[in-house]
Design a protein around this ligand. Structure first.
Ligand code: AP5
Length: 219
């Protein structure tokens, strides 16, 4: 199964991609994580990517398309993959169709997480993650079970994203509305788009997604 998680910044794409990766054993392709890894490398390209992300703008289509084309050819994508953060523009969506066709693959479903702007801002401003394994948390909605200790790996250092501030979040929302939202009708026309209530608690969103991708299997 090959699926896309679509939604504005903070909608819960990364959180739900992690659940799907664990439950369906599909490869998780998070373009934001890939770009942050490249930025952290300190290379010339990485530094450029870092400043684009810090400004809340989108990285160029050419870079993103090359990144995904190479990634979906890797062996762990053979059983299927979850795209989190790609495509984000119509040219990216068209390029994805072409690369899937060339690989003899196709999309099964595009899941949109619908969340209102005030909730998105609350989610992004409270987000933090484990500095060692990257497991995601939130000040109000998802704290580690033991305060100061990562549930997944037991590490005690946490970090916050540079682009999770009010000014950059406003730019990220603008980029979503102008450049990414037009993808929704692109997939709706082909009957691939399923929209779900991303305002619900995390477990309920997971249940709704499972009902779409594993009908008949209890969440
Ligand atoms: P990216 O890393 O993809 O960021 P984003 O799309 O802005 O999405 P986020 O990671 O902020 O949110 P999310 O939807 O994954 O929510 P999460 O699960 O973390 O991209 C970063 C940047 O990279 C972009 O701005 C751009 O510059 C560049 N980029 C990436 N891909 C690109 C592309 N294809 N083209 C061009 N540029 C690209 O949840 C957020 C918080 O809320 C967490 O704390 C979580 O615990 C909590 N939460 C989640 N679900 C719920 C819930 N249901 N109820 C309560 N809390 C919840």
């Amino acid at each position: 199964m090959n699926l896309i998680l679509l939604g504005p910044p903070g909608a819960g794409k990364g959180t739900q991609a992690e659940h799907l990766h664990a439950s369906l054993r599909l490869a998780k392709l998070s373009t934001g994580d890939m770009l942050r890894a490249s930025a952290a490398s300190g290379s010339e390209l990485g530094l450029k990517l870092k400043s684009i992300m810090a400004a809340g703008q989108l990285v160029s289509d050419d870079i993103m398309i090359d990144l995904i084309r190479d990634r979906i050819r890797e062996a762990d994508c053979a059983p299927g993959f979850i795209l989190d953060g790609f495509p984000r523009t119509i040219p990216q969506a068209e390029a994805l169709d072409a690369m899937l066709e060339a690989e003899g693959k196709s999309l099964n479903v595009v899941i949109e997480l619908k969340v209102n702007d005030s909730e998105l801002i609350a989610r992004v401003s409270g987000r933090f993650s484990c500095a060692a394994c990257g497991a995601g948390y939130h000040d109000s909605f998802k704290r580690p079970k033991q305060e100061g200790v990562c549930d997944s790996c037991g590490a005690s250092a946490f970090k916050r994203r540079e682009d999770d501030n009010a000014a950059t979040m406003a730019k990220r929302l603008e980029a979503y509305n102008l450049q990414t939202a037009p993808i929704l009708p692109y997939y709706a026309k082909r009957g691939l788009l399923k929209s779900i209530d991303g305002m619900a608690p995390i477990d309920e969103v997971t249940r709704q997604i499972n009902a779409l991708v594993r009908p008949g299997v209890a969440a």
